[in-house]
Design a protein around this ligand. Sequence first.
Ligand code: FAD
Length: 566
Amino acid sequence: MDDISPLKGQSKKPRILIVGGVAGGASCAARARRLSEDAEIIIFERGPFVSFANCGLPYYVGNVITHEKNLLVATPELFSKRFNIEVRVQSEVTAIEREKHELKIRNHLTGEIYTEKYDSLVLAPGSSPIKPPLPGIDLPGIFTLRTIPDSNRMKDWMVEKNVKRAVVVGGGFIGLETAENLVKRGVAVTIIEMLPQVMPPVDPEIAASLQEHLTANGVTLHLGDSVAKFEYSPINNTLGVTTKSGNRFECEMALLAVGVRPEVSLAKQSGLEIGALGGIRVTNQMRTSDENIWAVGDAVEVRDFVTGDWSLIPLAGPANRQGRIAADVILGRDFTFRGVQGTMVCKVFNITVAATGVSEKTLQRLKDKGQEIPYEKVYLHPGQHAAYYPGAKPITMKLMYSPKDGRILGAQAVGEDGVEKRIDVIAMAMQKHATVYDLEEAELCYAPQFGTAKDAVNFAGMVAANALRGDNPIAHWANVKEPGTFVLDVREPSEFKGGHFESAINIPLSVLRGKMNELPRDQEILVYCGVGQRSYYAARILRLNGFPARSISGGMMTYKSVKNTL
Ligand code: FAD
């Protein structure tokens, strides 16, 4: 590829103006400078900081990150010295005059309003926390967490009011991470979540272990209910949070973490196309409906990698990559954004949850809308590393794939260790349109302290591929209630006694070959064990002996997290 390409068809010294100086804006600016020494690049940032680590804010609230300065990934001085990029903080862009290629800017420090011309404009204004219009929403002690000043206000309030109880409204990743950090500061936390589960991007059975873990760490979960009103009680100087179901929680502080809305006021006001989801519409080169204006990050709608639908994914990775692509395109390179997979990870206390691609909930929703993507799924619970090496812990994994060709549609995992590594591998495989057969063959790092010679990712591929090839057809717990099924537990009697599926009969794998005559030949046999391994062996024995047997994916470990839904 040619070295640095000049801005095609534009002036020799292109003027690139960028609105918003954090994830998308800052990465766009830095990339643009690496591609052009000639371009004049100016970032306008409304807040007092540029390129700060908003992802670190929950940990700053929890005093894990002790100094505000540690959140500053770069400063205006660094941008100036290292990149020759001018950063104007406390400078809000208030209007875009598209015909004149001009921005109107308000300097919040001086009150001055002035204009600047652009050749190319990049909008990276991010998103803003949703504040539902509930009674009492503006009461003191109710916070949102988006900026460093937001977190400082929260921290000051905690000290000033000696906060002992907090309500976190919303069980997504910002709510959960902040809940953990509040607990670590000795605060009793209640999470109120409208959905019947926390962490909405993953499916309920994956969220179940997260919920268990939160409860075990003292967090009160109030799921399937939403806030109706906030009230201040002057008698005891507390905030009362009442839910729609009539429950009331007293606290000294509440955090609203119910999602974000793309910041599109500038784009709207200047007539740029806005999508049905409320984000700025862009091409796969991050160009808006105006050919001289690009938009990136939380503010834009992009295509979902799996479904092809428009989607809003407010995550730092896509924002950074989109910023880079916008700079590439502005400076003459023909790059495109591949779409978002929603690859995410969140750690709460000792447990990590991660996901990529579509969830089963999304696949079901598409089916209900008549846009079905056929899928099959497997569950597995491999160790994060060799069982014989100290500290082995299971990872619960769920893999969704196309039954037609094995193409991977999505994966989710939860566990104490090694979770994000597996999801990252699968995320990359998905980008290359890989199938479960590719996961079978993936050659991954192995030493006993890191994995197993057949890694969890290989196992996921093998289980799914075995099912697709017909070697080990998979059943799910939802199938056990179907009429005419015979449920067989192949664990040892001691395990069976410790809890089993109500109608199951127990024939341990070790004696199965000698007891096959006790099994029906005219009924489908659904076999289960602890995690799905012994049931696979058993189902193979049975199938090779002419029995119509299927192994229940994930075994009893999966049963524990799905039994309430059966
Ligand atoms: P932002 O990074 O929000 O930057 C937008 C900037 O534009 C803001 O600073 C704003 O002040 C400025 N701006 C807006 N309008 C104007 C205007 N008119 N004039 C001038 N400036 C303007 N993502 C992850 O992937 N992993 C995580 O662990 C994670 N944790 C998070 C934790 C928290 C508490 C928060 C708030 C977010 C977290 N995110 C995480 C999300 C991630 O931070 C965002 O997806 C990402 O920052 C979006 O980048 P952006 O450039 O679109 O917007």
